[in-house]
Design a protein around this ligand. Structure first.
Ligand SMILES: NC(=O)c1ccc[n+]([C@@H]2O[C@H](COP(=O)([O-])OP(=O)(O)OC[C@H]3O[C@@H](n4cnc5c(N)ncnc54)[C@H](O)[C@@H]3O)[C@@H](O)[C@H]2O)c1
Length: 250
């Protein structure tokens, strides 16, 4: 038995790169018809601009599946988190997420169509990783959107869930992945001993969007190699070595 999304129309925001691209590819591999809303697409869509967002929805069929994934992060300690950085982070990671959720669910409800919405949150929805105060605030806020939207949209047969990726290899995290010293210490605390790939997040998101998750709404799914399950991680130099960007037992 496989996940079969044939006949479904899916929209993925931020679907031109990274996790969103993997989501779009995985949805398509399961048979869905996929539309990407992205700044970097043949027809650019800016999800932070309501007119651009509404225009994109009006050009697309009413979706059965919506993955609200576009997001970004600016690394800044608290003193350097300017109002501009704060506003830009909230505009994309929280306000645009709400507006996409609203625009999508309005159309799904009006068409009498059930469906599934998956938001990309983060392990940072729960923890306070340094230099990311604005990002962490938005990703915590996304959980409020998930809970409330699941509650209000349940009666219409629309499920709303989030995935919470850990450190995933995309252009957003390229600086970390390119720095062996950084990832060696970071991955020491991850039971799987490595970072994640976009496809590993996409598969979890597609599961949540599919009928296999038919009784799942209002929840979150960590895709983090076990990072949030433990405080210090299992990898010690005495028994393990860091080779090919991952911890392995000797
Ligand atoms: N990479 C990670 O480690 C990680 C971990 C947890 C959560 N996330 C979340 O995953 C999501 C995707 O991140 P990624 O790592 O794939 O990043 P990415 O930079 O590779 O991809 C982001 C995509 O969003 C698009 N985008 C940016 N601003 C946009 C706008 N205004 N309108 C439309 N599209 C826009 C970009 O063009 C790009 O295609 C984000 O919400 C991010 O916070 C990432």
């Amino acid at each position: 038995m496989q996940i079969d999304l044939s006949g479904r129309h899916a929209i993925v925001t931020g679907g031109s790169h990274g996790i969103g691209l993997a989501m779009a590819q995985t949805l398509a591999a399961c048979g869905a018809h996929v539309t990407v809303f992205d700044l970097d697409a043949p027809t650019p869509v800016d999800v932070t601009n309501r007119a651009s967002l509404d225009d994109a929805f009006n050009r697309s069929p009413v979706p059965d599946i919506v993955m609200i994934n576009a997001g970004t992060a600016y690394l800044r300690p608290i003193p350097d988190t300017t109002r501009d950085i704060w506003d830009k982070t909230l505009a994309l990671n929280l306000t645009a997420v709400f507006e996409t959720l609203q625009a999508a669910s309005n159309r799904m409800r009006a068409a009498g169509r059930p469906g599934a919405i998956v938001l990309t949150a983060s392990t940072n929805s729960y923890d306070g990783e340094e230099n990311l105060i604005a990002y962490n605030a938005t990703k915590a806020g996304v959980l409020g959107l998930v809970h409330t939207a699941a509650n209000e949209l349940g009666p219409y047969g629309i499920r709303v869930n989030a995935i919470n990726p850990g450190l995933i290899q995309t252009r957003l995290t390229a600086d970390s992945f390119n720095n062996e010293t950084v990832i060696k210490e970071y991955f020491r605390a991850i039971p799987m001993g490595r970072g994640g790939q976009p496809e590993e997040v996409a598969k979890a998101a597609v599961f949540l969007s599919s009928d296999w998750a038919s009784y799942i709404t209002g929840t979150t799914l960590l895709v983090d190699g076990g990072q949030m399950a433990c405080k210090f991680g299992p990898w010690r130099d005495a028994e393990a070595e860091f080779r090919n960007s991952r911890w392995q037992r000797r």
